[in-house]
Design a protein around this ligand. Structure first.
Ligand code: FMN
Length: 182
C-alpha cells in the first residue's frame, strides 16, 4: 500500500533475531509497511522465508555479491523510508554503523537513509558493558541515532544482566516517536 509508511527493519546475528518475525507483525499492526534487510550472519538465526512471506517483499541478506542480479539495491531500499530500525543489533553491526561502514546491504542501507535510524542492541552483558561497545553507542547517539536500550534479566547464554533485546512493544513505540519527531 503506497500510503503505508515504509519501515526498514535490519536484523543481525544475535540470538534475539528469532523475534524478528514478531516485530514485523507488530509493525504491520500499526498500519506500516516493514521491509527487512539482514546480515549474512542473521540468516543463521532466523530464516529469510518467513520474513519474505510476512512482508511480501524481497529480503536481501549479506553482501552485494550475495544478492541476486534482480534484487533492488540499498539505494532503493532506503529511498522513501519513514524510519529504519535495527533490531536486534549485534555488537558487530553496532560498530559498523558507528563507523560508517558500508560493506553489506544493511550498513549501506543505513548510510543511504534520510530518515530516523533506531538501534536496539542485544548481546551478552559483558559485551554490552565493554568500553568499545559503549563508545560506539555514544558515537551513534551523538549523531542523532536513537538507541533503544537493552533490558536486564536472564540472557539466552544463561547469564544475568543487561543485554536482552528491548521489549518489542517498546521498539514499536520508539519507531512511532521517531516518525513523529518526539
Ligand atoms: C549462539 C550465538 C549467539 C550470539 N548472540 C549474539 C548476540 O546476542 N549479540 C551479539 O552482539 N553477538 C552475538 N553473537 C556473535 C555474532 O553472531 C557475531 O559477532 C557476528 O559476527 C555478528 O555479525 P553481524 O552483525 O554481521 O550479524 C552470537 C554468536 C553465537 C555463536
Amino acid at each position: 500500500m503506497p500510503d503505508q509508511p515504509k519501515i526498514v527493519v535490519g536484523v543481525t546475528g544475535s540470538i534475539a533475531a528469532y523475534k524478528a518475525p514478531e516485530l514485523v507483525r507488530l509493525l504491520q499492526k500499526q498500519g506500516w509497511d516493514p521491509w527487512v534487510v539482514m546480515t549474512a550472519c542473521a540468516t543463521q538465526y532466523v530464516g529469510v522465508l518467513p520474513l519474505r512471506a510476512l512482508t511480501k517483499h524481497p529480503v536481501p541478506a549479506g553482501t552485494f555479491a550475495d544478492a541476486p542480479p534482480d534484487t533492488y539495491s540499498h539505494l532503493e531500499l532506503s529511498a522513501g523510508a519513514a524510519a529504519m530500525v535495527v533490531a536486534p543489533c549485534s555488537a558487530q553491526t553496532l560498530a559498523r554503523l558507528a563507523w560508517g561502514f558500508a560493506d553489506d546491504m544493511l550498513s549501506a542501507t543505513a548510510l543511504a537513509l534520510e530518515a530516523p535510524l533506531l538501534v536496539a542492541p542485544a548481546m551478552n552483558s559483558r559485551m554490552w558493558r565493554h568500553l568499545a561497545v559503549q563508545e560506539n553507542v555514544e558515537r551513534l547517539r551523538r549523531r542523532g541515532v536513537r538507541i533503544i536500550p537493552p533490558g536486564s534479566g536472564e540472557l539466552a547464554c544463561g547469564e544475568q544482566g543487561p543485554g536482552r533485546l528491548a521489549d518489542l512493544r517498546d521498539i514499536v513505540r520508539a519507531v512511532q516517536d521517531a516518525m513523529a519527531g518526539t
